[in-house]
Design a protein around this ligand. Structure first.
Ligand SMILES: [Zn+2]
Length: 69
């Protein structure tokens, strides 16, 4: 439903949060959904965490300027 979701590279589920991990001997980085992340990281000596990708939600990108005097 969300335009910002991206597919998990493991199960192709559309997700808004993906984890960037290495989990096999190819040492490739994969972006996977939280479900796959859990499965792939469990008891996996090759597992490496490389960050979290989140869909950017449009917030009010207000620049907060405090005019303190
Ligand atoms: Zn997945």
């Amino acid at each position: 439903m969300s335009k910002t979701a991206k597919p998990c590279e493991q199960c192709n589920q559309m997700v808004e949060i993906r984890y960037r991990i290495q989990w096999d001997e190819s040492r490739q980085w994969y972006q996977v959904c939280p479900d796959c992340w859990q499965k792939l990281s469990e008891n996996n000596p090759l597992y490496r965490y490389g960050g979290t990708w989140k869909a950017k939600k449009r917030r009010n990108a207000k620049l907060t300027i405090n005019n303190e005097q």
